[in-house]
Design a protein around this ligand. Structure first.
Ligand SMILES: [Zn+2]
Length: 369
């Protein structure tokens, strides 16, 4: 497969690049809204696009169980099924399966688990997961990995690195589709020696891109930043880097500063459904009584459809009255904020002004261990 990524500029460790995927071009750094069940919750594809999303994420685990592959293939693939024409990345389901705890059994060949929906038994192997993602027709497919919750013993982390590397090799061999780029995943917890081992093993397999997995799973924020920075430095400069499960304003800015290109998180849409407004300067709950007669926008500096059309008082009312438009409007604004933040980050890196941009958004916390 041709190279899908061009690194256009760096400013400190921050990177500005372009991803060329089967369903379109993605400028990086970029945020990917999560469409777990083939829908970015509460938003239509038109809204996802008009909020400046370039690529979305869908979940293999959830789509495997419901509606299942045959339904999606029958529709002509995942893009047609959900009416989203832009690029899609699917995670491998590894993270969800390992969250099932008692309902899964791991062996060297794969993992057997019970559906959280109806208790039925299913089996993921590196090969079946890649075949599933290719059949969906996605632009980027993640390999099946073994994710360990933190804190974890060194033995558990070592085992997750060993199996993740072995599975990456099998995924690489199973990969057939020209339109799907397969990304490998680094593990190793907070142990930098294991991170190094994991990086060496997966980079040797020459994937089009690499993800840093096993973070945002119970460690402190500072531990995450330190590990993300060290992990990013272990990956090839010419390949895209993806930090999984990161989605607050501060975390994303910090991750860009660590040299990461791609992020995903349910955070903005989950907040949107729960009345939590994200802004460039902090978060607040729109249900709070102080907003009952506040006729200013959700965020004064925001030029999104919601902020140029409605007031805090109106959104406050929608949430208090349990009207479904409330979660829809706030989800839209939150996704727009992160996409707009990434647009600002790209401009700042292009202009060599990343440090100033970063400091405006996260203050002087950068580099603190
Ligand atoms: Zn807005």
């Amino acid at each position: 497969m041709r190279d899908i990524f061009s690194l256009r500029k760096t400013d400190g460790s921050a990177r500005r690049g372009t991803l060329r995927l089967a369903h379109g071009v993605v400028e990086t750094p970029t945020f990917m809204p999560v469409g777990t069940a083939a829908t970015v919750k509460a938003l239509t594809p038109d809204e996802v696009r008009s909020a400046h999303s370039q690529i979305i994420l869908a979940n293999t685990y959830h789509l495997w169980l419901r509606p299942g592959l045959e339904t999606i293939v029958g529709a002509g693939g995942l893009h047609k099924f959900m009416a989203w024409e832009g690029p899609i990345l699917t995670d491998s389901g590894g993270f969800q399966v390992f969250s099932l705890q008692e309902r899964r059994k791991l062996d060297d060949d794969g993992v057997t688990f019970q559906s959280h929906i109806d208790g039925s038994t299913h089996r993921f192997t590196p090969e079946t997961v890649i075949a599933f993602e290719e059949a969906l027709g996605v632009d980027i497919a993640m390999v099946l990995d073994v994710c360990t919750k933190l804190p974890a013993t060194r033995e558990a982390l070592e085992n997750s690195v060993r199996m993740t590397s072995a599975w990456a090799q099998r995924s690489r061999a199973a990969w057939k589709s020209e339109q799907t780029a397969v990304f490998a995943i680094m593990q190793g917890g907070l142990d930098l020696e294991l991170r190094e081992r994991s990086a060496q093993e997966i980079v040797a397999l020459d994937f089009p891109g690499y993800a840093i997995g096993g973070l945002s799973v119970g460690e402190t924020r500072e531990e995450m930043y330190v590990t993300a920075r060290a992990s990013a430095a272990l990956l090839p400069e010419a390949k895209p880097r993806y930090l999984m499960g990161v989605g607050t304003v501060r975390d994303i800015i910090m991750a860009v500063d660590c040299g990461i290109d791609m992020f995903d998180c349910v955070y903005p849409t989950r907040c949107g459904r729960n009345a939590r407004a994200m802004t460039r300067s902090g978060e607040y709950n729109i249900r709070n009584a102080t907003f009952a007669r506040d006729y200013t926008p959700v965020e004064a500096e925001c030029d999104c459809y919601v902020c140029t059309t409605y007031t805090r008082a109106y959104l406050h009312h929608l949430f208090r009255a349990n009207e479904m438009l409330g979660p829809r409007l706030l989800s839209y604004h939150n996704v727009y904020v992160l996409n707009d933040l990434m647009r600002g980050a790209r401009n700042a890196i292009d202009c060599g002004e990343w440090a100033a941009f970063r400091n405006t958004h996260v203050g002087n916390h950068v580099g603190e261990a």
